[in-house]
Design a protein around this ligand. Structure first.
Ligand code: NAP
Length: 344
């Protein structure tokens, strides 16, 4: 049996997900698509030789009888309305981050799920499926380095377009660290502060780059996260956990080690799609498999809510320069059932 999927938003990541479902993954089939740019939606349907209907809007697609489950890859501000409509229609939904652009919007989704009495939503925090992060988490969970005390992390992009804003360094870039660090530590955040070092001459005039985000967790661990989106040299994700008994570092992507021309060298990747390709594949395959079983196995709407509250506090801290508290509601017992395979 194949899961019949409708895709809302056929831009960059929407097209990538459509390609992987069609060409790489199993048990999923795209039967419906929509985008405000209908010509683009039709073009990708044609390019992938899909037998799929192109709808005028996302709500029609959600209601279609032959659509079992929804993927939301449209522009962030549209996510909330489509995810709520999918829950109301009783259809499972995979939503790219952010779940909603405000914490209140995420809370509305959490409340809708609780009211429906069933988990419907998986959020696209694909790093939880990355083999390197899974290996690091297994090491931490086994207690090999003891209680984690500090995480040093870096999220470096070679460059970003002029349109990239200071807020995007949190809501588009650091949001992945917000999710992955609390997952690695099985902990939540209590406060955040941001610090701006000397600005690189490579960044646009309006953009402070790099920045350092300092977050404290409930159990007292400190996270020092560097966001540097004009680092020039490559796409580089670093994570080192300092524990009471040792240090655990995120494995580097596997590349050939060269000895040539009197140099000992390795390539560094240049784009996020290559770095996290296997994570995106595993994430969507898991979503298809668990959806067919009537389950949600990956990051939930609650995780989307926590990320939104935390990123709001990061933005506030960026403006004030102060240590800013992060106030999370208590996790509803409903989400205890959602401490998932991929989180273990
Ligand atoms: P994108 O290239 O701009 O694609 C978004 C698409 O959605 C565009 O084609 C846009 O049309 C369309 N759209 C906007 N409003 C719509 C609506 N109401 N109904 C149907 N389609 C609509 O952006 P993207 O890079 O693919 O990103 C999409 C989402 O995925 C964002 O939330 C982003 O944060 C997330 N994302 C996540 C990751 C990850 O690592 N997990 C990576 C990349 C992106 P127009 O262009 O005509 O407005």
């Amino acid at each position: 049996m194949k899961l019949r999927i409708g895709v809302i938003g056929t831009g960059a990541i929407g097209q990538e997900h459509m390609k992987r479902i069609t060409n790489t993954l199993s048990k999923g089939k795209i039967v419906a698509v929509t985008d405000v740019n209908q010509a683009q939606a039709q073009a990708i349907v044609n390019a992938l030789h899909l037998d799929a209907t192109v709808y005028n809007d996302g709500h029609q697609l959600i209601q279609a009888d032959d659509v079992d489950a929804i993927i939301v890859t449209s522009w962030g501000p549209t996510h909330e309305e489509f995810v709520l409509a999918a829950i109301q229609a009783g259809k499972p939904v995979f939503c790219e981050k952010p779940l909603a652009t405000t914490a209140e919007g995420c809370k509305r989704i959490v409340n809708a799920e609780i009211e429906a009495g069933k988990l419907f939503v998986q959020v696209g925090y694909m790093r939880r499926y990355d083999p390197s992060y899974l290996a690091l988490k297994a090491t931490l969970d086994q207690g090999t380095v003891g209680e984690p005390l500090i995480i040093h992390s870096a999220h470096r992009n070679p460059t970003v377009p002029e349109t990239y804003t200071g807020d995007m360094s949190i809501v588009d870039t650091f949001i992945h660290e917000i999710d992955i660090h609390r997952w690695l530590l099985n902990d939540d955040y209590v406060s955040v502060q941001t610090i701006a070092p000397k600005k690189t001459s490579q960044a646009a005039d309006h953009l402070q780059d790099p920045i350092i985000v300092l977050m404290k967790t409930k159990r007292g661990a400190l996270i020092s996260g560097e966001i540097f989106v004009n680092c020039e040299y490559g796409y580089d994700i670093q994570c080192q956990v300092v524990g009471e008994k040792g240090i655990a570092s995120l494995p580097e992507p596997a590349t050939v080690v060269l000895r040539t021309d009197a140099k000992h060298s390795k390539d560094i990747l240049v784009d996020w799609q290559a770095r996290f390709k296997s994570a995106y594949d595993a994430e969507l395959q898991d979503w298809i498999d668990s959806t067919l079983k009537g389950e949600v196995n990956g990051p939930t709407a609650w995780d989307g809510y926590v990320a939104a509250v935390t990123s709001d506090a990061c933005l506030e801290a960026k403006v004030s320069g102060e240590v800013t508290p992060i106030h999370l509601d208590d996790r509803p017992a409903f989400y205890d059932q959602a401490l998932t395979t991929v989180q273990k």
